[in-house]
Design a protein around this ligand. Structure first.
Ligand code: GRF
Length: 221
């Protein structure tokens, strides 16, 4: 795959700081991408303002207006499909997606999760890392498969857990690293270095058997 500008649709539910990191990386020419639209399931999501400030089209699809998950997901697909994005980017999107949605975008659906997956799927990850006295916590960028917070992981960022940490201080240090690894992963796709066919992740034409590690501001295999 050659280098190209990739097109993205970003799905959010909240503050949208990961969306902002992607917008900033594009502006700073660290990410060769274009955000076609931002979709939120929450009308009050702060990320909608961030998108509007950057002149990006937004949609609100309020899940409460739909009788079931499938109909809600179909409404998302109806917005996304005509835009033909290279990637559908989940950035703090707090809805579980149906198998139909995941199958539809099976080789171009990516997510960021605030833990070193497969540890701590779901919510409350920072408190769990503290309660379990983990020395290291972090975040994972991964392609999405059917099971919640699972699928091939591309990059993991490690963040040390400090004795003084509470869930908020830990969350904010993890979030700082999320803002680095998400644009980084997207740029690997734009560079044509990272490919995924729905089953196999390849980096530089070789299977990526274990996640890349982002630690102390360095990426290693
Ligand atoms: C991030 O920690 C993300 O990993 C998780 O929800 C949080 C959303 O943050 N899924 P933001 O909306 O991008 O600021």
């Amino acid at each position: 795959m050659a280098k190209k500008k990739i097109s993205l649709v970003v799905l959010i539910s909240g503050g949208g700081s990961n969306l902002q990191a992607i917008i900033d990386a594009i502006k700073n020419q660290q990410l060769d991408a274009e955000i076609k639209t931002v979709i939120s399931n929450q009308v009050t999501a702060g990320g909608l303002d961030r998108a509007a400030l950057a002149d990006i089209e937004t949609h609100v699809v309020d899940h409460k207006q739909f009788p079931d998950r499938q109909t809600f997901d179909r409404a998302l697909v109806n917005i996304i499909d005509p835009l033909r994005p290279d990637l559908v980017v989940l950035a703090g999107f707090m809805r579980i997606l149906s198998d139909g949605f995941i199958d539809h975008f099976h080789d171009r659906l990516v997510n960021i999760h605030p833990s070193l997956l497969p540890k701590y799927k779901g919510l409350n990850t920072h408190q769990m890392a503290i309660d379990n006295h983990d020395a290291v916590h972090g975040a994972s960028v991964h392609y999405v498969s059917h099971e919640l917070d699972s699928g091939p992981i591309v990059i993991q960022a490690e963040v040390p857990v400090l004795d003084s940490d509470d869930k908020n201080s830990l969350a904010s240090r993890v979030l700082e690293q999320e803002h680095k690894i998400y644009p980084m992963m997207l740029q690997m796709v734009a560079d044509g270095r990272l490919t995924f066919d729905g089953e196999q992740l390849n980096l530089d034409n070789k299977p990526l058997h274990k996640p890349l590690l982002w630690k102390n501001n360095k990426l290693s295999t």
